[in-house]
Write a protein that binds this ligand. Structure first.
Ligand code: AMP
Ligand code: ZN
Length: 492
């Protein structure tokens, strides 16, 4: 079976296969670790996960590289505001990112590369560009890519930049969507700013050169597929192409995979609109990790996904149905009459599932095929006509489904517990849904941690939080006693 996928570069749906006949070499732009990931980010990472899982189901081994952007404008700004080095600021967000991927059952890429650990390859690439006159140094010691040296600029986003003004520059990582300007490869440090001493002079890399250098280091100068959210197409990916192809004179990535944006309740997700959700926000509201995964992957990657709480609740129901069906088939009685109709239905479901995914990763049709099987299987079990020989066949289809969808096994409690523990550590108890609080178990350590948190809250005059913790503990039968010698607690 072949995998056909839309290629942004050619504008066509094309067959995807490893050029070297062995591993599919793919690069996906990773997170900028300056904050917790939001559900839009995770939609993109999940769709890439669906792609790599489906490749493996088809017997194709991915060699998947993902970068961690641990130096950029926003990180430098946030770290400075927090009064720490970038190296002290990013690790907790990087760790949080991987915890979130785990909660969402996203497979870890074969190679994860941090920008700050690849400065020498970035410097080497910029030097190579400078030798070919595609990069130049400005008076302040920064280096820029000369867009006019790359006539194919705009080929990915299909923008016409024929009237490029040579030398017009922009030094921020992201810039306006309609202009082509020479972009920073290497930025000289502002006073007091974090920097590296290199052959290019002191400074730090631009965002775009990061991905070019790391993709090339691990995948070679030409590789199979490059992925990211649709917002990255321009300028980020266009710039990656310009840098990489100017240096190597080869096609950088043959296939470009872009995931469309997620909207929330029909609008762009944004903090100021109050419709901005991290994964942790949703877990603390009591939604299951598997339902979130299911919702984020079920709309095919090229369609806009409108996230709603109604939709999320519906996915919780859908997963219950799937899991119940799975359990029911596993426990099915071992003898019953032949059922050739269901046998046919089962193989049809298995085939439709694979065909749908092979057809530009149509996750919506793939899941519909499985729910057809659930319906038919349940009806047969209700009537006592499952047919013993159908049991392994159905289980095999469910197993293939789950190698891609990964929702059948229940890790939801673990994921929720991890979010609760995190909220507790971070003092974000007020964000936890009451029904989750009620389910929480309290070990002595946890109680002590909460009591300490309350003491701290009182010290900082956050009496609302202090009262809330006291009430919460009281509900669990734990009383706090404030005395001259400190705070004690006991179970009633
Ligand atoms: P960032 O950490 O901002 O660099 O983004 C990480 C990934 O998430 C990139 O591939 C982005 O294109 C993607 N992304 C950001 N916002 C959204 C969104 N609303 N919907 C889908 N993908 C997104
Ligand atoms: Zn990138």
């Amino acid at each position: 079976m072949t995998i056909r996928l839309f290629n942004t570069l050619t504008g066509r749906v094309e067959e995807l296969a490893p050029a070297d006949g062995q591993a599919l070499r793919m690069y996906a732009c990773g997170p900028t670790v300056y904050d917790y990931g939001h559900i839009g980010n995770f939609r993109t990472f999940l769709q890439v996960d669906v792609l790599r899982r489906f490749l493996r189901l088809q017997g194709i081994t991915p060699r998947h590289v993902m970068n961690i952007t641990d130096v950029d404008d926003k990180i430098i700004r946030n770290a400075a505001a927090a009064g720490v080095d970038i190296g002290q600021y990013t690790p907790r967000f990087e760790q949080a990112f991987f915890e979130d991927l785990d909660a969402l059952a996203v497979e870890k890429p074969e190679i994860v590369a941090r920008a700050t650990e690849h400065i020498p390859s970035m410097v080497a690439l910029i030097e190579r560009l400078a030798e070919q006159d595609c990069a130049y140094r400005t008076d302040d010691g920064s280096w820029y890519f000369r867009i006019a040296s790359f006539p194919e600029y705009g080929k990915l986003s299909r923008k016409d930049f024929s009237g490029i003004t040579d030398g017009a520059r922009v030094d921020v990582d992201e810039y306006d969507k309609d202009s082509a300007r020479d972009f920073a490869l290497w930025k000289s440090p502002k006073p007091g700013e974090y920097h590296w001493q290199t052959a290019l002079g002191p400074g730090r890399p631009g965002w775009h050169i990061e991905c070019s250098a790391m993709a090339t280091e691990y995948l070679g100068e030409a590789f199979d597929l490059h992925a990211g959210g649709e917002d990255l197409m321009f300028p980020h990916h266009e710039n990656e192409i310009a840098q990489s192809e100017s240096a190597s004179h080869q096609t950088f990535a043959r296939h470009w995979f872009h995931v469309r944006f997620l909207l929330v309740e029909g609008r762009k997700m944004s903090k100021s609109e109050g419709n901005f959700y991290t994964l942790r926000d949703l877990l603390l509201k009591g939604y299951k990790a598997s339902a979130i995964r299911m919702l984020l992957i079920s709309v095919p990657y090229r369609q806009q996904l409108n996230f709603t709480f109604e939709g999320l609740a519906a996915e919780t129901g859908a997963i219950d149905r799937l899991r119940t069906f799975h359990q029911r088939v596993l426990a099915a009685p071992t003898v019953s009459a032949l059922n050739v109709d269901l046998a046919a239905e089962t193989s049809r479901a298995g085939q439709s599932f694979c065909e749908a995914l092979g057809n530009d990763l149509n996750t919506a049709e793939a899941r519909a095929a499985i729910f057809d099987l659930v319906r038919a299987g349940n009806a047969a079990m209700d009537a006592g006509t499952l047919g013993t020989e159908n049991v392994p066949k159905i289980l095999d289809v469910l197993n293939r489904f789950d190698q891609v969808f990964a929702v059948l096994e229940d890790h939801d409690t673990e994921a929720t517990r991890f979010a609760l523990d995190w909220a507790e550590r971070e003092g974000r108890l007020e964000e936890i849904a009451p029904e989750l609080l009620a389910q929480r178990d309290f070990s002595d350590d946890k109680i002590q941690a909460l009591v300490d948190k309350r003491t701290q809250a009182k010290r900082t005059r956050n009496f609302a939080l202090a009262d809330q913790i006291r009430n919460e503990l009281a509900e669990k039968g734990i009383v706090i006693e404030d005395s001259k010698d400190g705070v004690r607690w006991k179970r009633k």
